[in-house]
Design a protein around this ligand. Structure first.
Ligand code: ZN
Length: 142
C-alpha cells in the first residue's frame, strides 16, 4: 500500500485531467471521497457545455450529490487549487477537506482576500496542513 493516502485519489484526478485535456478543456480533474470511497468525480467541461460553471470540482460535487444526496464531510481532491467559484460550491456543500496540487493563481480559493475557504464551515481547511499534497510551489504566483 502506498505511504501517501492521498496518492490514489490524486492519481485519479490526473487521469480525469488528461481526459479533459484530450477534449480541448483545461486539464483539471476532481474527485469527491467519503470514507475512502470515490463518490463523485468530474473533469473540466466548461467549453463543451458552454457553461463557465462546469469546472471539474463542480462536476464532481454534482456527481456525488446526484449519487448520494450530499457531499457533507467528504474530501474533495483536485489537481489544481479550486478557484473562488468552486470554493464557494465546496463551502456550500460543507465539504470537510480539500486536497489539491498546483496553485491556480490569484483566483484560487485559498487567496486570503476572498476569504471563502477560511470559515468554520470548512472545518479542517486550515487545521489540516496535510491537505496540500503535490504542492508544486514552483508554479505558485509571487
Ligand atoms: Zn473552479
Amino acid at each position: 500500500m502506498d505511504a501517501n493516502p492521498h496518492k490514489i485519489y490524486m492519481d485519479r484526478c490526473f487521469e480525469l485531467a488528461a481526459i479533459a485535456a484530450s477534449q480541448g478543456e483545461s486539464a483539471v480533474g476532481s474527485v469527491v471521497v467519503l470514507n475512502g470511497e470515490i463518490i463523485g468525480e468530474g473533469y473540466e467541461k466548461s467549453r463543451q457545455l458552454q457553461d463557465v460553471t462546469r469546472h471539474a470540482e463542480v462536476v464532481a460535487i454534482l456527481d456525488a450529490v446526484q449519487k448520494r444526496g450530499t457531499c457533507k464531510e467528504a474530501v474533495l481532491y483536485s489537481n489544481i487549487e479550486p478557484c473562488i467559484l468552486c470554493s464557494y460550491v465546496i463551502r456550500h456543500h460543507k465539504i470537510a477537506s480539500v486536497v489539491f496540487g498546483k496553485y491556480c493563481g490569484e483566483l484560487g480559493g485559498t487567496v486570503e482576500k476572498f476569504n471563502i475557504l477560511t470559515t468554520n464551515v470548512i472545518k479542517s481547511w486550515k487545521a489540516a496542513p496535510a491537505v496540500h499534497v503535490y504542492d508544486d510551489t514552483s508554479t505558485k504566483n509571487n
